[in-house]
Design a binder for this molecule. Sequence first.
Ligand SMILES: [Zn+2]
Length: 225
Amino acid sequence: MSTSDLAPHNQVTVLQDGYSYEDSGNESHMRANCTSTLIRCRDGTNVIVDTMTAWDGEHLKTLLQGQGLEPKDIHVVVCTHGHSDHIGCNYLFQTARMHLVGACASNRDLYLDHFGSGDEAEELALDSNKEVLVRRTPGHTLSCVSVIVTNSQLGGTVGITGDLFERQEDIDDDSIWRNAGSEDAKRQVEERSKMAEVCDFIVPGHGPMFPVNATVRSKLKIQIK
Ligand SMILES: [Zn+2]
């Protein structure tokens, strides 16, 4: 592919907004499904981030059809972490060159050495332009990763963070992300602030995409103590 064939921007499309709330029939149960996101990199690489529950296969195929895509058109699957509502439909994407579940990369029975360097700051580019990067963002689980998309059509950098952020409201009410479970809350507070510093938009694990501004960045910085 020549440079002139490249699209001008990496296209980020939220296929479905995630949610999480107490079940109305039993307050000790939760209803939750993840936010699922498509990235059409400008070099032609198609990435899906978080694939919902195993019961969502037909629904996810329909969402992709709405973007003119079939499962075989997806080149890379990224699950921000290994919880069941983020990995359930990975089986749809059997022609993808890589499934990344948290920091664990595989294809069929072959396990790849990405994120094996021991360097916490290791980044993995998913596209040839190195504009779509995966990095570790531990907290919700110790293996969590986020995808950072620069040069997006939204006019800024987009962080697809999984449950590092549960939803926008958890910036003012930290009980939301803490109650969703955190294997290392101290790290999570730090990673949330680091992510906000480099992003103009965040796609959280269980809510719609939201913008990041100076107020959000300073609130998250103050929460590091
Ligand atoms: Zn989740």
